[in-house]
Design a protein around this ligand. Structure first.
Ligand SMILES: Nc1ncnc2c1ncn2[C@@H]1O[C@H](COP(=O)(O)OP(=O)(O)OP(=O)(O)O)[C@@H](O)[C@H]1O
Ligand SMILES: O=P(O)(O)OC[C@H]1O[C@](O)(CO)[C@@H](O)[C@@H]1O
Ligand SMILES: [Mg+2]
Length: 542
């Protein structure tokens, strides 16, 4: 086993991967394991939640250095931190799962020591194989005894269908798989660590919560204070922290992890991605997205019924998606009643040849009615041109968007009011919070169970500082910085968006030459634009 820095050559196959949790041998001295972060420039401490470089509790910028392990045949593992990276001589114990009657039928209790999951699933003959992540799942040895574990769960950011199911499955999984019965619920998001009460969670307390929307723990934006949060973890004797939330939350979790490592605490920090918008990169998707797409159908159906019933009827539905239009794209593809889908990634314009108004007129002439789906982040640049741009932010530092649904409804009405030969009837439906507040559907419920179990197996095995999630259909442990360094977006040069354009038969509002020019300017190779295999597609299976 050896670890090399990211700048070293990855092409020479030399090393074998090592998993401390599956070692059959006596405890190994891990003291040679390197630290993987560096600190720079002293800044004054901050308790806010900046969107720029993550900072430690002293205000120093944290620069992540990946923990890369190379192996034979071009194998490259981007590993996650482990408690033994900074605490030596930790005892290990046999995994209690091996005596669990439910698991006695499983042929292979434990994942193989060098099992990894490939980030890149489509490779070319000559292309590098890409990075791999450590495969999630139970390990032969665990680093916590059952009665030693004191876990806590916190939910942060906006609501998402499935939050309660993840809480339920974490509590049940800890209890039934690992015999853990000390689980604390932190109320009201990050600030709850230091400003709110806690709830003691048992399988009985959480038994029915998956049938309810929202989160029984409550959530919040803002109020992030690393020192206070880690002090609270330390004071309460918590040693496993399960943090459920979106990109901002995972950023916060990575800073908490760094502080815990700095204090050399035996505490595993595990992130569970919550992303109704599907804006977290690397993972295929997380819980809540399927439910949102399904629930959006009800609004689209209603819009269609309204539109169909009036001469030149237009049904307009706004769906969530601040920066990523996945919900709008998938809801449109699923419905087949939508004539036009507008997302943040694909700019559009209203007036003139090839514009939205011209398309609406054409479609109404052909069909007598139409349905438009618009993601909340679409057309924001047009809005700020016509409305005096306001730069408001929420408590977490997210930009507050103008209501594009109301704005575009008015624009369409005003435009057609001026046209003598076409009277329209427009009905605007904004189901966004209704969609977000429902309980998760069947497939998301299963997704929640898998995420919770993978998270628990990782923590019990001593891994820390990671987010769990499906990568090309297999669960993996992913270093925090990989899911926070960028946002996942619809790639409009990919086949999925082309499918949507051909299904709605709407204009793309773009000149293909400009799209390719832009992508080249972004340093993306042209071949990737054209064949739908770009590295940053992150489509939910193409
Ligand atoms: N860069 C950051 N560093 C530390 N904490 C952060 C950071 N960004 C956000 N947070 C904290 O994480 C929590 C949730 O953040 P945010 O409100 O942005 O939601 P999110 O996790 O991104 O979920 P959503 O998808 O609903 O937006 C808040 O308490 C916020 O203060
Ligand atoms: O009203 P809130 O709580 O800020 O949430 C709205 C945001 O939440 C999200 O659904 C992400 O969780 C975004 O799409 C949306 O902009
Ligand atoms: Mg966010």
């Amino acid at each position: 086993m050896d670890t090399i820095s990211s700048s070293a050559s990855l092409s020479t196959p030399r090393f074998r991967c090592f998993d401390p949790t599956n070692s059959y041998h006596a405890p190994v001295n891990h003291s040679h394991r390197p630290y993987f972060l560096t600190f720079s420039s002293n800044r004054s401490p901050t308790s806010s939640s900046p969107r720029d470089t993550p900072k430690d509790s002293m205000g120093n910028s944290i620069k992540y250095e990946p923990k890369i392990i190379a192996g034979e045949a071009g194998y490259v593992l981007e590993d996650v931190p482990h408690l033994t990276d900074y605490i030596s001589d930790l005892p290990t114990y046999p995994n209690p799962l091996q005596d669990n009657p439910s698991y006695s039928v499983v042929k292979q209790y434990f994942v193989n020591e060098d099992d990894t999951v490939a980030e890149k699933i489509v490779v070319h003959k000559e292309s590098p194989r890409g990075t791999h992540f450590r495969r999630a799942g139970p390990r032969q040895k665990v680093f916590y005894e059952s009665d030693e574990v004191h876990a806590c769960i916190v939910t942060c950011g906006g609501l998402c269908p499935g939050l309660n199911t993840v809480i339920r499955e974490l509590v049940g999984g800890l209890y039934y798989m690992y015999g853990v019965n000390k689980v604390l619920g932190i109320e009201g998001g990050y600030k709850g660590f230091y400003a709110r009460n806690t709830i003691s969670l048992s399988p009985k307390v959480v038994n029915d919560i998956h049938k309810r929307g929202g989160t029984i723990l409550g959530t919040s934006r803002g109020g992030y204070d690393t020192s206070k949060i880690v002090d609270s973890i330390q004071d309460r004797g918590i040693n496993q922290v399960y943090i459920i939330g979106g990109d901002g939350t995972q950023n916060g979790a990575s800073i908490i992890f760094e502080e815990i490592r700095r204090r050399a605490l035996k505490v595993s920090v595990v992130g569970i991605p919550k992303t109704i918008d599907n804006d977290i990169p690397v993972i295929d998707k997380s819980f809540g997205f399927d439910t949102a797409v399904e629930e959006a159908q009800r609004a689209i159906n209603a819009a269609h019924v309204e539109a169909e019933s009036f001469e030149n009827g237009i049904g307009l539905v706004k769906l969530m998606g601040r920066y990523s239009g996945f919900i709008a794209m998938y809801a449109t593809l699923a419905s087949r009643d939508v004539d036009c889908c507008l997302i943040p990634e694909s700019p559009f314009y209203l007036e003139g040849p090839g514009g939205l108004f011209e398309f609406i007129r054409k479609r109404l002439k052909e069909h007598g009615h139409m349905v438009i789906v618009i993601a909340e982040g679409a057309g924001q640049e047009l809005l700020s041109e016509s409305i005096r741009a306001m730069d408001h932010q929420d408590a977490s530092g997210n930009k507050l968007l103008q209501d594009v649904g109301l704005w575009i409804s008015q624009k369409i009405k005003d435009h057609f009011a001026k046209q003598k030969n076409m009277n329209i009837t427009l009905k605007y439906i904004d189901p966004t919070y209704m969609i977000r507040a429902v309980p998760s559907n069947a497939s998301d419920n299963v997704c929640c169970t898998l995420l919770a179990h993978s998270a628990i197996h990782g923590a019990m095995a001593g891994y820390t500082g990671f987010t769990v999630g499906p990568v090309n259909g297999r669960h993996a442990y992913i270093p925090f910085h990989r899911v926070t360094e960028r946002q996942n977006k619809v790639v409009i040069t990919d086949r999925m968006w082309a499918r949507l354009l051909s299904s709605t038969n709407q204009p793309s509002f773009l000149d293909p030459r400009d799209v390719i020019k832009d992508a080249v300017a972004d340093e993306k190779p042209q071949s990737q634009l054209l064949d739908g295999t770009t590295d940053d597609t992150d489509t939910l299976i193409d």
